[in-house]
Write a protein that binds this ligand. Structure first.
Ligand SMILES: [Zn+2]
Ligand SMILES: [Zn+2]
Length: 451
């Protein structure tokens, strides 16, 4: 088989991988780059632009996996698009939102030929072309001439709703792609359930590969509860910036669990933005996929709606509350950013940072800020007077879980993607130390690997 990494080599970028079994070829994921707005916004498909692609397979609906689907689907118009049903539904919400942001938002304009692909009419057609497949169902992907086929199968990946790993099996060879995964329960999503048999090639994410000793989930729960109590004891409110897909739902559920346990007081929870829409989808599919409590609905957690128009008149400025808003990285102009500006003026208030902050974003500047000292927050010079604490409730596999998966599937070749170079090389080193004798590849963008 031939593999070309089109995005997500030595970084968490526009994730996409081309896999060809002779005349039957597929592309797994078609992500957009979280920061770049030039040509590198989309995966680099120049190496394979003359190939015939039979199918796109989407592992899950985070934008670093589906954000450039309109561009790639236009490039390979005969390719069918496969995903689970929740992923299809969330992809629609995410891409329609991207379309709004790219056309009207603060983001610098995308190269014109790309922007064309996010017009409403084009997206409407795209969603018509998506095919739904269930986890555990084997489905064939036919080559363009119908002369050969590859069998595909989705496996639960934990991580977020609808997330899967995918197994591809030709007559001769097999390859398993993990997508993003987590082999332990979160608060809504259950653990991944991946094949534990031999595959020829394993392609795995390495996001957390260089986190040496992650703090346990139990300890983080205690730390978060202590932080919330330290703020509410002084009559303050807590702001938790979250990503609308995944992090919002997990944090909302955790907060409700902490209240049920009486670890924190039962105070108003305020939620807003696209996260609420995605909560509804989490409820629609509450019996689908790997769930900690199948049937549990986010709507059962009492919540107040964030007053978007009168954000600064929110009740949470007078009554201790927990406010979950987007964006998770506090991009300028978002509710998270606007509220953080107000929070910083109040010494009895607190901000809990619960997700990864990219060094180029406003959230990173806030995370690094020192109480009482001036810093640049977007274009504003501000001083933080409120409390702030960092937590890391990651939805990605630990290094140990990645290494265990490799030993379980003992592939001849393992490709390490979706991680900075340090993360991938740390996983590679640990694999060697733990006796893995196969071929370890940290792929280079656009290079052809014949395996
Ligand atoms: Zn993801
Ligand atoms: Zn990802």
């Amino acid at each position: 088989m031939e593999i070309v990494v089109l995005g997500g080599a030595e970084e968490i970028g526009a994730n996409s991988t081309y896999i060809s079994f002779g005349d039957c070829s597929v592309i797994i994921d078609a992500g957009s780059h979280p920061r770049n707005r030039d040509k590198t916004f989309a995966p680099d498909f120049t190496v394979i632009e003359d190939e015939i692609v039979s199918a796109f397979i989407l592992t899950h609906a985070h934008t670093d996996h589906i954000g450039a689907l309109p561009i790639l689907a236009h490039q390979f118009p005969t390719a069918k698009i496969y995903s689970t049903e929740p992923t299809r539904d969330v992809t629609e919400i995410m891409l329609r939102n991207s379309s709004k942001l790219l056309h009207y938002g603060n983001t610098p304009l995308l190269v014109e030929s790309f922007l064309e692909r996010y017009k409403k009419q084009e997206l409407d057609i795209l969603f018509q072309l998506m095919h739904i497949r269930k986890v555990g169902e084997t489905f064939p992907i036919h080559s363009a001439l119908g002369t050969s086929e590859v069998q595909a199968k989705f496996y639960d990946a934990g991580h977020i709703m609808g997330a899967t790993g995918v197994l591809l099996q030709s007559n001769e060879q097999s390859v398993f792609h993990t997508g993003d995964f987590l082999s332990e329960n979160q608060y809504v999503m259950g653990e991944a359930s991946f094949p534990n048999h031999h595959v020829d090639v394993l392609i795995t994410e390495c996001t957390n590969g260089s986190d040496a000793t992650p703090i346990s989930r139990k300890q983080q729960e205690v730390d978060l509860a202590n932080f919330i109590n330290s703020v509410t004891n002084e009559n303050g409110s807590v702001l938790i910036p979250t990503f609308s897909l995944g992090k919002m739902q997990e944090m909302l559920r955790l907060i409700s669990i902490l209240m049920q346990r009486n670890s924190i007081p039962t105070i108003p929870i305020v939620t807003g933005g696209m996260g609420r829409k995605i909560c509804q989808l989490y409820d629609r599919y509450c019996y689908t996929g790997s769930r900690v409590n199948p049937g549990f609905e986010m709507a059962d957690i009492p919540q107040e709606r964030l007053p978007n128009k009168e954000l600064l008149k929110g009740r949470f400025f007078k009554t201790p509350s927990i406010v979950l808003t987007t964006s998770g990285m506090l991009h300028s102009g978002t509710p998270s950013y606007k509220l953080a500006l107000e929070w910083m003026k109040r010494p009895n208030f607190g901000i809990a940072i619960v997700g990864y902050q990219d060094p180029t974003c406003e959230g990173y500047a806030l995370e690094q800020s020192v109480m009482g000292e001036e810093f640049m927050f977007g274009t504003m010079k501000v001083t933080r007077n409120c409390k702030l604490e960092k937590f890391r409730f990651s939805a990605h596999a630990t290094k140990e879980q990645i290494v265990n998966l490799v030993h379980q599937q003992h592939p001849k070749n393992v490709l390490l993607v979706h991680g900075e170079y340090e993360s991938c090389s740390e996983v590679a080193l640990t694999l060697v130390k733990t006796g893995y004798e196969g071929n370890i590849i940290i792929p280079t963008l656009g290079q052809r690997y014949n395996l």
